[in-house]
Design a protein around this ligand. Structure first.
Ligand code: CA
Length: 305
């Protein structure tokens, strides 16, 4: 009797393990328009098997999303990166046959995406900022004000060349000084004056949810050290102190990250956790970043995007 009960229980568990979780169900992430991922400063599409958005494209595709990963200059001004992204979007529209795309930008990828949506709203269904630099970064301010531009140029442009080589050598132009200026508080204020779409008008509020028929969303983390096993955590932990107590993810304050409809600005994750780095080492006590992306794809689907 007892052994039959155990057999029944084992069989039930075996069946349950083959059932797809709701969040992984077919069609859960299937948006009307393709999802286009846009990397941040010193970013790349992939280096060998390592995605910048680590494991996120495959995870979204598993639920039915059509995902494109773009490559723009790792270090350059928002405007230069935005012009490059425009061509990447044009290629995506041609390849997919879609009328519009859903842009999701991490860090500097957010203003880069906003630039395209502001100038060519007809080809953008939504812009989502993930730990985006929408009102500058204290870290960029320190760089611009303290480091001689020659030092920024040598280190930054060298890094971009290395990234370009490792990620397939697309030979995109590098200008680390322009990148630092774009990401500074003064640089973003100037950028926002020309491209205000979705940017909160108050210091730390929400922005317009829809402008020119483009929907705007954002989320962000607010934790420096999140997993002692990640080799990047000590550096991020140190950087997070530069914000003098303001909520931040190590590189961007929560208030700066806010754009359009704010989903959350205080996930217990840092700037790299947001894109599931380093190689999936994230806070075990917070929602997994892949889940956040998946949930958002479903949110876009529900909004008819
Ligand atoms: Ca991490």
């Amino acid at each position: 009797m007892k052994s039959r009960m155990w057999k029944c229980l084992a069989a039930s568990l075996a069946v349950a393990s083959t059932l797809p979780l709701a969040a992984h169900a077919v069609g859960y992430t299937q948006t009307k328009y393709p999802i286009v991922l846009v990397h941040g400063l010193f970013g790349f599409d992939n280096i060998g098997p390592v995605d910048y958005f680590y494991g996120i494209p495959a995870d979204l595709r598993a639920g039915g999303a059509n995902v494109y990963v773009t490559q723009v200059s790792a270090a350059n001004s928002t405007e230069v990166r935005g012009e490059q992204l425009y061509w990447e979007v044009k290629r995506t529209l041609a390849a997919s046959g879609a009328q519009k795309v859903n842009l999701i930008g991490h860090s500097h990828g957010s203003p880069t995406s906003r630039y395209v949506a502001a100038k060519w709203p007809g080809m953008v269904a939504s812009v989502t900022s993930v730990d985006g630099v929408n009102k500058g970064s204290v870290i960029a301010d320190v760089l611009v004000n303290v480091a001689p531009s020659s030092v920024i140029a040598v280190i930054g442009n060298g890094l971009q060349s290395l990234i370009s080589f490792l990620s397939g050598g697309k030979g995109l132009p590098a200008n680390a000084v322009a990148a630092a200026n774009s990401l500074s508080t003064a640089g973003t204020l100037k950028f926002n004056a020309s491209y205000p779409q979705g940017v909160p008008t108050s210091a730390c509020g929400e922005g317009a949810y829809v402008v020119n028929n483009v929907a705007y969303y954002s989320w962000s983390g607010a934790k420096g050290v999140s997993n002692a096993l990640d080799v990047t955590d000590p550096a991020i932990g140190l950087l997070s102190l530069a914000f003098f107590g303001a909520k931040n993810d190590g590189l961007v304050s929560s208030c700066s990250s806010r754009l359009g409809r704010v989903i959350r600005d205080d996930y217990a994750m840092n700037h790299l956790d947001a894109v599931n780095q380093t190689v999936g080492i994230v806070n075990l006590f917070e929602t997994n970043p892949k889940t956040i992306f998946r949930t958002h794809a479903n949110r876009l689907q529900a909004a008819g995007l």
